[in-house]
Ligand binder design. Sequence first.
Ligand code: GLY
Length: 410
Amino acid sequence: MNLVGRARRRESDITSLINTPNAPLFRPRTVVIGAGVMGLSIAWRLAQAGCAVTVYDRGEAGHGASWAAAGMLAAAVETEPGEETLLGLTLESQRQWPDFARELRAATGMSVGYRDEGTIVVALNRDDAEQLRFTYDFQKRLGLDIEWLSGAAARQREPHLRPGIPGAVLSPNDHQVENRALAAALAAAAKQAGAIIHEHCPVREIETTGDRVRGIVTADSRVPADIVVLAAGAWSRDIGGIPAAYVPPVRPIKGQMLALRMDPAVPLLRHVIWLPRGYLVPRLDGRLVIGATVEERGFDDSVTAGGLLALIEGAWRAVPAIEELPVVETWVGFRPGSRDDAPMLGPSEIEGLVVATGHHRNGILLTPVTAQSISRYILTGKLAENLRPFSPERFAMPSAAALALTGAAQ
Ligand code: GLY
């Protein structure tokens, strides 16, 4: 069966659950594995709809990739050749962001630091400018709202940019949120709506009978569930119980980052600044987040001299005045990357197991649309069109030989 066929079969599986005599009251008991922004936002939406939702995390809620991220909502400037399929989803999520932030604030009283000054991509030399022009032309052809700026025009908007930069691109719709505040607000909203969050409680195993989910197992309990949502980011393949053929092929992509402290009354920057290799994200509280390396080093969480040097040197070449700023934090995060770098969203080969991981560089941006589409799928059995290209089933190895590999890929 092809992917669309399999996805449609999964829809009818869930629809058959819903179309029972007590259908109007059916709200699946749901376990969410992973209390990052994906798991928490899905839990929030499901709890709002009246589902009994329990969330498990191996650590503290919101302290994985959601904590490490920079919070950029960069649908336009992060789109590179080969990523056109994702654009519909990223633009839709970007469109949802202002209401999502407002709704979270109304529900919890907590701000997620949504800022809408936009993003400026800076070229530091002629080679960068040529590359930037190529990317600009590509993004323009996709219909993205971006504008070429001379170096002088960029410096008018951001006077601390180095004099003499050859050019820049303004992306007026690529904004930012404070991702740590976002995770905290989502946890509060989910709890307020009735979800239960268990921290420092790793899920050992997803329990199945035949090809249907029955629940999950932790160190000290067995929890039955109609639906299990696998949203454990880069750790998603460490959960036992999934036949090897269907384990989402997600891996950690290390990012080193640091933060400097600006005077919040006179911040050096207002826009998010993108550089040829890295970015600077000014926060309202005066933190200036600088990121990020992209490294294939498994779960190695060391902050290295080379990593920091590259980040600081790149940032300093664009904004020399950072030289005076104190370093207040360094950290490492693990982006969940899939085999094709696109997310895995929707039903899996195991009935009742829904996947929401592999968001790679776009997790914070994709939070509203992921929460909306995944929760709607769970509640209605209908898979939104915009999720179809991201079916986790595109990676399934259907052969019996692959099934026999259980455990080998974990
Ligand atoms: N989206 C920025 C990063 O992954 O570093």
